[in-house]
Ligand binder design. Structure first.
Ligand SMILES: [Zn+2]
Length: 389
């Protein structure tokens, strides 16, 4: 057991070890039955060898002591788990000097909380340090009891820090936190290099105007890599310094990507409707003109048989404006990928728009921002011979 009660105060075994005089005092107090178990109140003694870390143990009869059971469970935990628990405890003690912080605290029945933090008079946080293989039932049971007792709780999962695209890719506990935590966030501490990552799942729906079709992103999880030193308590969960701002930037990029694509789709459907209206009038009036015939869609073998719809000047214009506004690297990649596959008419639609922008700068200097985007794209796809000097 890592702690005991001595004269109504908590004593941690590893603190006793630091100074000879403390070890002497505590050993003698143990002899006089003055050290009491945190769980059952029975006398305990202080033990320390030269290899194993210091600990307290019962003198006798402790079959029913749940603190003893918890301590034995902890003994089986990895060295990394103990190291991270101590590191987190030290971090919170320094970060919140006025808070009451305990390791192994009994906040709820039949369970010992790894770290508890009491801020102010009644705001209590329970921090659980979990192995990634924790069972669903145990996770749910603990969360339910915390909720029923109005204790704020969060989990720190020990695992490798990796990029997650969707919650399906994650171990169960990570997936459960992304879906069920207060802000759809998840905190992982890397058991090897002790780095920390905070993840947040974007639960917004991105549905195109006038349809039920959802925009498909590559993933919906934002990952922010930082260190344990930046861990903070925020409202009703754990968070990290600077996370909210970075997440907001990421979310804005997603929104502009969606809006650009939505604009392109709206424009296209508008043009389709215009076209069919024109066709109808001309059929009615009995006049058929050449431009009423639709060009056959070109099948691009690279698109595996799917119909390849060419982008027009309007499409390129919308996306270039979005890139100039939002600096979205995703959109930039989208246009570049598109142009690499484009046939000559699509490519020249892009060049013609670039020429117009270049021309416009003479009268409207703000158009330079669009010219910059065009030129960056041409350089990136290796077509710099098209740059207008
Ligand atoms: Zn006990």
């Amino acid at each position: 057991m890592e702690k005991c009660i001595f004269k109504n105060k908590t004593v941690y075994a590893n603190n006793v070890t630091k100074h000879f005089i403390d070890e002497k005092l505590i050993r003698e107090a143990g002899g006089k039955n003055q050290l009491l178990c945190y769980g059952c109140g029975q006398p305990v003694t202080y033990n320390r060898g030269e290899i194993r870390k210091a600990y307290f143990s019962h003198k006798k009869d402790h079959e029913k002591c749940d603190y003893d059971k918890y301590s034995k469970l902890c003994q089986n935990r990895s060295e990394g788990w103990h190291k991270i628990k101590e590191m987190l405890y030290q971090h919170f003690v320094h970060r919140y000097p006025n808070a009451e912080i305990e390791k192994s605290d009994k906040l709820i029945p039949n369970h010992w909380t790894d770290i508890s933090i009491t801020l102010g008079t009644d705001k209590k946080y329970a921090i659980e340090i979990a192995d990634k293989r924790i069972s669903s039932k145990k996770l749910t049971d603990i969360c339910t009891v915390y909720k029923n007792n109005s204790i704020i709780f969060d989990w720190i999962v020990l695992d490798k820090v990796t990029d997650l695209q969707t919650d399906m890719d994650a171990y169960y506990i990570k997936r459960a936190r992304l879906n069920e935590s207060a802000n759809n966030t998840l905190i992982v501490v890397d058991i090897d290099d002790l780095s920390l990552a905070m993840y947040k799942m974007d639960i917004n729906k991105y549905i195109y105007t006038h349809t039920t079709i959802e925009h498909s992103f590559e993933g919906n999880i934002f990952c922010y890599k930082t260190t344990v030193g930046n861990l903070i308590l925020k409202d009703d969960s754990l968070s990290t310094e600077g996370f909210d701002e970075k997440y907001a930037d990421w979310l804005n990029c997603r929104k502009s990507e969606f809006e650009a694509e939505n604009g392109i789709r709206q424009e296209r459907s508008l043009r389709r409707r215009e076209k069919s209206k024109n066709n109808n009038t001309s059929v009615k009036s009995g006049v058929l003109q050449n431009n009423h015939f639709k060009n056959p869609s070109r099948l691009n073998p690279r698109y595996h048989g799917r119909v390849y719809t060419e982008w027009s000047e309007v499409d390129f214009r919308n996306i270039v404006v979005s890139i100039a506004k939002g600096q979205s690297s995703y959109l930039l990649k989208q246009v570049e990928g598109r142009l690499k596959q484009a046939g000559s008419s699509e490519f020249f639609a892009f060049i013609s728009l670039y020429e117009k922008a270049k021309e416009a700068v003479k009268e409207k200097p703000y158009a330079q921002q669009y010219v910059d985007v065009f030129e960056q794209i041409l350089i990136n796809i290796g077509r710099d011979s098209y740059l207008i000097r």
